[in-house]
Design a protein around this ligand. Structure first.
Ligand SMILES: O=C(O)C(=O)C[C@]1(C(=O)O)C=C[C@@H](O)C=C1
Length: 372
């Protein structure tokens, strides 16, 4: 365990010590990067140029979990994992830069989720709609995609679930993002002069009580995304017009705005879960989830018989969503998430029984439980 008493007592002394440590850290990071470069050579030699898979979500999850387990502070576990998240991101970019498609435009919470999951060393590919993210990855134009799947206050994102019906893509990961909204203005604008507040209708709804309380007489204008609101405000600010936006951190930075008020959402627990989609089956990481799409037979007790298999094999279900099948009038598709990897004995047994009882069972993917 480190001890403050072992450190110098003067500012110059402490700064010399920090310089020494930085030099060592830098050397070690480069040694690690060299290892990653060699890992890439080994992967190409083993898997060939064409089908080589550089990004390994199960390995990344294991590295980050280990960082958190062995961490002794004073930096917190999550803070330390974030540092390693970015180191691995830089190492992977050295192996192969990853092009990540996400629900755009630049500055959305989905981009924030992409950075949280992959780190900052990615090539960003903002898409206008969820199905475009799927298409971009299916065509190989992007290596992976990031799409929202559920929000703790707004519920499921049907568009994402429905896109899995016709797609061969797999879920390779998940990431949860606490959604914090901020009131943003241009630096040259006086907050008292603000006449309009722009944002996406969902963000305006999520901050309604706060707006009613602090900005009851200012007009609220709904636009296509929070990031678009931030862009409009930055443009208006250059023309001296006093308007504000409600948007997240990344949009604030991207459009050079300043926070007039932070974390203004009415429900501080407001969280969105995002999925990482790609072309690969992810091996078990030791703490995984599996997502299934199941078309039930249209007969009495069909859902009961599906759920019974989970109960008997003691496989924990974490989510159940129902969508109309679109094929038969009152037929349904169920989206089920459960704890475990499809290669685990108990998961395997459940899946094989579901296949006997349902008209279709598609394993959408097994992937590491979100670490950060
Ligand atoms: O272990 C690997 O397969 C690596 O490529 C190395 C590394 C890392 O930097 O630790 C980088 C990228 C992968 O996604 C996983 C881990």
């Amino acid at each position: 365990m480190l001890d403050k008493k072992m450190l110098p007592d003067t500012l110059p002394g402490l700064r010399d010590r920090i310089d020494e440590i930085d030099q060592k850290i830098q050397q070690l990071i480069n040694e690690r990067a060299l290892c990653a470069q060699k890992v890439a050579d080994v992967k190409v030699a083993e898997q060939g140029e064409e089908g080589v898979v550089f990004y390994r979500p199960e390995r990344e999850a294991q590295v980050l979990r280990r960082v958190m387990e062995r961490n002794e502070g004073p930096l917190g576990n999550e803070e330390m994992a974030k540092v390693f998240r970015q180191i691995m991101s830089s190492c992977l970019a050295l192996e192969k830069p990853m092009r990540i498609a996400f629900l755009g435009p630049e500055g959305t919470f989905t981009q924030q989720a992409a950075h949280k999951h992959f780190g900052k060393s990615i090539v960003s590919a903002p898409m206008a709609a969820i199905d475009e993210v799927f298409r971009e990855v299916e065509s190989g134009a992007a290596n992976y995609g990031v799409v929202p799947v559920e929000n703790s206050t707004e519920g499921v994102v049907n568009h994402t679930l429905d896109s899995f019906r016709s797609s061969h893509l797999k879920i390779c990961g998940e990431v949860e993002e606490r959604i914090h909204h901020h009131l943003l203005i241009s630096p040259n604008i006086n907050a008292e002069d603000v006449t309009h507040i722009y944002s996406h209708q969902q963000a305006l709804a999520q901050c309604r009580a706060w707006l009613d309380r602090y900005w009851p007489h200012v007009e609220r204008v709904s636009v296509s995304s929070n990031a678009e609101a931030a862009r409009l405000v930055s443009e208006a600010g250059r023309n001296g017009k006093a308007v504000a936006a409600i948007a997240g951190e990344i949009a604030c930075e991207l459009y050079g705005l300043q926070k007039e008020s932070s974390n203004i959402e009415d429900h501080p627990e407001n969280t969105t879960r995002f999925l990482i989609i790609g072309n690969q089956d992810v091996p078990a990481s030791g703490s995984d989830k599996t997502s299934l799409l199941i078309s039930a037979k249209n007969e009495p007790g069909a859902l009961y018989r599906l759920l019974e298999a989970f109960e008997r094999h003691r496989v924990d279900m974490t989510r159940l969503e129902t969508r109309p099948s679109l094929i038969s009038k009152w037929g349904y598709i169920f989206y089920i998430d459960c704890v475990g990897h499809y290669s685990d004995a108990s998961c395997k047994a459940v899946i094989s029984e579901l296949r006997e009882r349902a008209s279709e069972v598609k394993v959408l993917g097994s992937y590491p439980v979100a670490v950060l």
